[in-house]
Design a protein around this ligand. Sequence first.
Ligand code: ADP
Length: 276
Amino acid sequence: MAIVKTEGVGFSYESDRVLKDISFETREGEFLGIIGPNGSGKTTLLKIIDGIFAPREGTVSINETDIRKFKRHDIAKMIAVVPQDSSVTFSFTVQEVVLMGRSPHLGRLRFEEQSDFEIVRKAMAMTDTLPFAARSINELSGGERQRVLIARALAQQPQVILLDESTAFLDIKHQIAFFDLMKNLNKMEKLTVITVTHDINLASFFCDRVMLLSDGEIHSVGTPDEVITAPNIKEVYETNVIVDANPLNGLPRVTLMALSLSDQGSRSEAGAAPQL
Ligand code: ADP
């Protein structure tokens, strides 16, 4: 079943079109990566999928129902977002912030119950944030705060999680731990993950499919092997890269080529000719 589907979506903030004719669908339990240069429309597309912006053209459906039929809190029961910017204006404790993830499931007549606190505790354990449960969120580092927002999204118990450069502030241990956690939830609990990332190698490693955006349009979408190729990267990012097979899993691995270092290519001991 298509859990998220867009058909002919177009969007503009003012006069310039930022997204054009975006049609794709994500199956339940899929791990989809969205890559593309700065300004190609990735964040805008996530906001349209989350119902923050209405498309100017085309339609978005969630669970095969037009998103316009849902109220905001109905969408929040299905979709959680981990935003790019982890700054929080008010001085809530970490636990309070994670507990906010439960609010779409509460109502005027339903307050937090023991089960909500258990879900919150589990989300904090999964993101390594329990040690600072009682601290003010504003006292944390950018990476720690980001993990708290990830915990809040997990506490929401969504069907789909939208990640916007969510690992940008994380050190490599927490970056890998986070993607491993997402992959586990994706496999064990059929959580659908849609992630915007600049890290093409992480996208290759973890995503079932990758969508490459270029200037507001889908340039290509498919398996990492189909999309992460040197000609595609060159065409869209205007950058020469080497793409070879990752020795761990055979998936495409991108190596950046700085012009100033290109004369050191002779030091390469690679047996196979790199794909340029
Ligand atoms: P990406 O996430 O790929 O970097 P964005 O979706 O953030 O791209 O932006 C796509 C385009 O829309 C850019 O040209 C950007 O300047 C423009 N844009 C983004 N947000 C706004 C906004 N709030 N108002 C006007 N233009 C915006």
